[in-house]
Each structure stands twice: as C-alpha cells, then as structure tokens.
Write a protein that binds this ligand. Structure first.
Ligand code: GUN
Length: 280
C-alpha cells in the first residue's frame, strides 16, 4: 500500500488554512537562502507556494553565493527582533565558506521553526515540547495517519544526518520502537536492514536500497530526493522494493510534501506562542 504523503499533506494544509481563516490570524515565515542550489530553489518555491495556500505570509531573503557570514547573521538578528516575523528558516545546505552551526544557532529559539538550533535539538532529545524538525515530524504523522503503531517494532534508520536520521530515530524511540541507526560505516548493513519492521532511508543515494535490503512485509519510508537521468527519484529502488513492502512512500509524493506541511504547522505554533503566550 502506498503511504500517500501528498494526500495527507493536503489534509493537513487544509486544517492549517481553516484555522488561520477562522481565527483570523496572520502568521509569517522568513526564508533565507544563500546561493543558488537547484534543490533548494525547488524546496523554497514549494514552501512559498504552500504558505500562500494556507494564508501564511512568507518573506524571502536571498543572498549571493559569495555572501559573507556577517551579512547573513545581521539579517537573522534583524528578523529575531522583528515582532512581525514568527518563523525563520535558513535553507540548507549553505556554501562552504559559512559555518552552518553558527548560522543556524543565530536563529532565536522561539522562531526556530525548522527545529535545527541546539536548544530545540536538546529539547527533542529529552522529550520536552519543542519545534520538531519537519521531515521527521512528517514521517511520524504519515505513519499515524495509516495507524502504523511503532510500539515494540524494530525501526532501522539508514543515515545519521542532524536533520533527518538522528531526530527521526529519537522520535521513534519516544514512540517505544526499538531503534537501530545504520550509516556508511555500518558492517553487514543488509543483515540489519532485513530485520526492520519499519525501514527509514535517508542516505542521499539514488535508488540504492533494493529488495535485498528488505524483510517481507516491512514498512519502507524513503526520504531521498535525487535526480536520475532528469527524473526525481528516492534512495529506494521503488520497482524492486514495492512488491515486498506492506507500505511504501513514493517519490515524489511521500515525505517531501509532508515536510512542507509540518513546517507550516510549526510556523502557526510559533505564532501562537509569540502572540497568545501559549505555554511551550
Ligand atoms: N535542506 C534540506 N531539508 C531542509 C529542511 O527541512 N529545512 C531547511 N532549512 N533546509 C533543508
């Protein structure tokens, strides 16, 4: 069965849109981009479109590829102090002259709707209320939507990035899954992935995971977004894996749209915390 991220994300966006309309609120999101990464251009275009659909005002701040760190930090500082801005994201990756951690951590916690700053990451780790990063949050929301319970399940995460692999592992652990994280140095990786009840793949290698990695009946979540001969594809070889899987996310139409919808949800949450003083 297909885990239809497109459909679930539309439902989520419609709930967000309705809430914004009924409460007559005006949340805002600032998007910072440095350089001209083609994947980032697509993500940003989709984020702006989704904001517009839901009634969130987005402000876009592009910087040249060769911009210096201090210019970007100055913009973040300005946005941190601007009470008309509820959420701030810095699209990753940043050019190599920039210290990514420094830039990300310049964003005020209460506006860190990507959940990439140290405070939000720490809160996530200990299970406190926080802005959960959008991709991991979207994966859990998608599983919930199909009533796939994680309790006692073996979740194997392929990839250990700070924005997907590590946080999704933590969220699955909080749902009482038994979690294994595999990565490029893992030995006998297929022996491990073949024991997964739920396999989450975020390795950034087009179609690398084929049927030989999969246990029959596994749930397969493909976070990959790659170009293969001009076509968009995931990290999972869909043709090979889908006959074995009980559930699988397509690419496109799986995790991608969920990520965007969750970012919007974090943005209205930021609005509420800032304007209405709701407890975190
Ligand atoms: N680059 C890849 N995914 C993301 C994301 O969710 N947020 C930001 N800011 N950059 C990304």
């Amino acid at each position: 069965m297909i885990l239809d991220g497109k459909k679930v994300s539309i439902e989520l966006k419609n709930r967000i849109k309705k809430e914004i309309e009924t409460k007559n609120i005006k949340p805002t999101l600032a998007i910072i981009q440095v350089g001209d990464n083609s994947a980032s251009n697509i993500y940003i275009r989709n984020k702006k479109k989704a904001c517009e659909y839901c009634g969130i005002t987005s402000f876009y701040f592009p910087f040249r590829e060769d911009a210096c760190e201090s210019e970007v930090l100055a913009k973040i500082e300005e946005l941190n102090h601007d009470s008309n801005i509820n959420g701030i994201i810095v699209q990753l990756p940043l050019p190599s002259q920039m210290n990514e951690e420094k830039i990300i951590n310049a964003v005020d916690n209460s506006k860190d709707v990507d959940g990439f700053g140290l405070i939000n990451k720490g809160r996530l780790l200990v299970g406190e209320e926080c802005f959960e990063p959008a991709t991991p949050k979207g994966i859990l929301e998608l599983l919930d939507n199909y009533q796939i319970d994680l309790t006692g399940k073996h979740v194997v995460v392929m990839g250990r990035s700070n924005i997907v692999g590590k946080p999704v592992a933590i969220l699955c652990l909080q749902r009482n899954a038994t979690v294994t994280i595999c990565h490029s140095r893992t030995k006998n990786i297929k022996e491990i992935t073949k024991t997964a009840d739920i396999l989450i793949v975020a390795i950034g290698k087009a179609k690398m995971v084929d049927a030989t990695y999969i246990k029959e009946g596994a749930v397969v979540i493909d976070v990959g977004m790659n170009r293969d001969n001009g076509f968009l594809c995931g990290d999972v070889d869909y043709e090979s894996v889908s006959p074995l899987a009980s559930y699988i996310t397509p690419v496109p139409g799986g995790c991608g749209p969920m990520t965007i919808a969750e970012l919007l949800e974090n943005t209205i949450r930021a609005y509420k915390i800032q304007k209405q003083g709701e407890n975190r």
